[in-house]
Design a protein around this ligand. Structure first.
Ligand code: ADP
Length: 543
């Protein structure tokens, strides 16, 4: 028996229309060198309508890809809303990719038009000639556009159109946007989000088990809009009437803390390295974070010491989210469960997260057998659900899927309450004497030691044990953390055989284009002898 329910498609234009009709006064604020630009949702929606008409005039039709090469700003949001709504496909391009990778994703995605922020135009100019499918480059703002060939001005283009348009009735399974993985694991692979997946994922972001964004919130979106759609927040915010604050290119601790003090966001999202920078900055500068109720950290493991520091110093909850470009991305969110004593909450928050409504998670062993959700059986996570990809764009990769589930490449355990604990990525796990050492857990413990600014742990070859951990440390300003002392500190926190005997100091940990520790680069440096490695004796009884 079929239901009597209506069956309208879930479309990005529905998100746009709701923000426009219901939250017309909500604000979109973009930082700029001399202050801020401010527009209402009504104005942004009208400009999105104008943009869609202008693109249509340029010949953009159904399924055509329109790339964006931009910071987080108002025009980027207009593209987020207009391009899918008109039936074309938004392709967010990572402005920090190496030229070869950038040219690769533009060509692989077959972008027809690219919208480029003037301030990053020189970066796009490096690959312009290689992008054979690109017919038009539209530039937002003023700047050096040498090397881009003929360009169109964004403001002139949309200024020639009147607001107001009827959005087409699309199939909800149709492509809305695409994003390539940031390539930590080889060549970037394309993921194509549908209208339905985008709508459902944005809806989940309003859920109080997840971020719970509402009209009363103001969200500072630090995670780039080219990194898995800024974790869906632009769409969630437009759906919920949440004011959006975009930092544009002002992503260092000084301007970010100023934006927080002046614009008073209640929510913010970013990778842990950003929150670590802000925390260290706040130790020597006056900052006002009193407006914030929730910080979401994700994209990489969040050290417990970082969450504790925000709670103790600022009384701000930092909750970690887990996800991948392949999963839209949010699939888990680490709020503590009910019935937990306040002093125990941090133990739960420090886990990777609790699976959110709408998606399912399981752990399998190396033979693909499903392991029990007992919180101790360790294997690879597999995930499925309506905002999880079922394939990669134009690239058959059957090994990444298993019986309709996506293999995540993340290793860890799942408990009976849906809490996942990632111990590592499969390729980062350190295999020492037939046992696994979690590089993530080790580095989180090292980063808890005062005077350590950042620490990354990689496996290096060892004659006796196959592999042993190497800790690479960046010292905090003015601090001189000693490996021998850190080892004493670690000895009560990790198993004895985990204690690392190899240590190196660095000025910084190399980061990927989305701000995560780049262990591939670190491993190459260690192999090339580019790190000065110190052997340090272990405390007392050894392993
Ligand atoms: P890339 O795979 O190129 O790094 P993604 O941003 O898609 O790009 O990365 C997804 C991966 O990031 C996950 O598979 C996982 O390894 C890691 N990750 C994301 N969130 C967390 C988290 N809270 N804890 C640990 N790892 C995380």
């Amino acid at each position: 028996m079929l239901s009597t329910m209506q069956d309208g498609p879930l479309l990005v234009s529905g998100i746009l229309r709701r923000g426009q009709a219901v939250y017309g006064d909500s604000l979109v604020i973009t930082a700029q060198s001399d202050g801020y630009r401010e527009s209402t949702f009504t104005q942004v929606a009208a400009r999105a309508e104008q943009l869609s008409k202008a693109l249509r005039r340029l010949g953009v039709g159904a399924d055509d890809r329109v790339g964006t090469f931009a910071w987080n700003d108002q025009e980027h949001l207009e593209a987020y809303l207009a391009i899918p709504s008109m039936g074309a496909v938004l392709h967010t391009l990572n402005i920090r990719l190496f030229p070869e990778q950038l040219a690769y994703v533009v060509n692989h995605g077959e972008d027809k038009v690219v919208i480029v922020d003037a301030s990053v135009a020189p970066l796009f100019a490096r690959v312009r000639d290689e992008c054979k499918t690109v017919e038009h480059v539209i530039v937002v703002g003023e700047g050096d556009t040498t090397g881009l060939g003929d360009i169109l001005s964004y403001d002139d283009l949309i200024g020639a159109e009147e607001p107001g348009c009827e959005w087409p009735e699309l199939d909800e399974r149709q492509a809305a946007s695409m994003c390539y993985t940031s390539g930590t694991t080889g060549n970037p692979k394309g993921v194509v989000y549908s209208h339905r997946s985008t709508w459902l994922h944005a809806f989940a972001g309003m859920n109080t088990n997840c971020v719970g964004a509402s009209e009363k919130d103001r969200v500072l979106v630090i995670v780039p809009m080219f990194h898995a759609n800024a974790w869906g927040m632009p769409y969630t915010a437009f759906f919920a009437g949440t004011d959006l604050i975009f930092p544009e290119r002002y992503l260092q601790a000084e301007p970010l803390t100023r934006i927080i003090a002046e614009q008073r966001p209640t929510l913010s999202l970013g990778v842990p390295t950003i929150w670590n920078d802000l925390l260290h900055y706040s130790r020597s500068h006056d900052v006002d974070m009193s407006s914030l109720r929730l910080l979401t950290a994700g994209g990489a493991a969040v050290p417990r010491s970082l969450m504790e520091a925000y709670e103790e110093r600022f009384d701000i909850a930092m909750i970690q989210g887990w996800g991948m470009t392949e999963t839209s991305p949010v699939c888990a969110f680490g709020r503590a469960p009910k019935g937990i004593a306040p002093e125990e909450e941090m133990t739960w928050q420090a886990k990777t997260g609790r699976i959110i409504a709408g998606v399912e998670l399981r752990v399998v062993d190396e033979e693909g057998r499903v392991l029990p959700n007992d919180g101790t059986s360790v294997g690879e996570f597999e995930v499925r659900g309506p905002w999880v990809t079922g394939s990669y764009y134009g690239e058959p990769t059957p090994d990444r899927f298993h019986d309709g589930w996506l293999r995540t490449g993340d290793v860890g355990s799942l408990d009976g309450r849906g809490f996942m604990q990632i111990s590592d990525r499969t390729k980062d796990v350190i295999k020492s004497g037939g046992e696994w050492i979690s590089s993530v857990e080790l580095e989180n413990e090292v980063m808890a030691y005062p005077g350590v600014y950042e620490a990354a742990v990689i496996g290096v070859p060892d004659e006796r044990w196959d592999e042993r951990p190497l800790v690479v440390i960046v010292a905090a300003e003015g601090a001189h953390p000693e490996p021998a002392e850190i080892l004493t500190f670690l000895s009560s926190r990790v198993a004895r055989w985990w204690l690392p005997e190899r240590w190196a100091f660095a000025d910084e940990i190399p980061k990927t284009s989305v701000g995560k520790f780049d262990k591939k680069v670190l491993r190459a440096k260690a192999a090339d002898g580019a790190l000065e490695i110190h052997e340090v004796g272990l405390p007392a009884h050894g392993r």
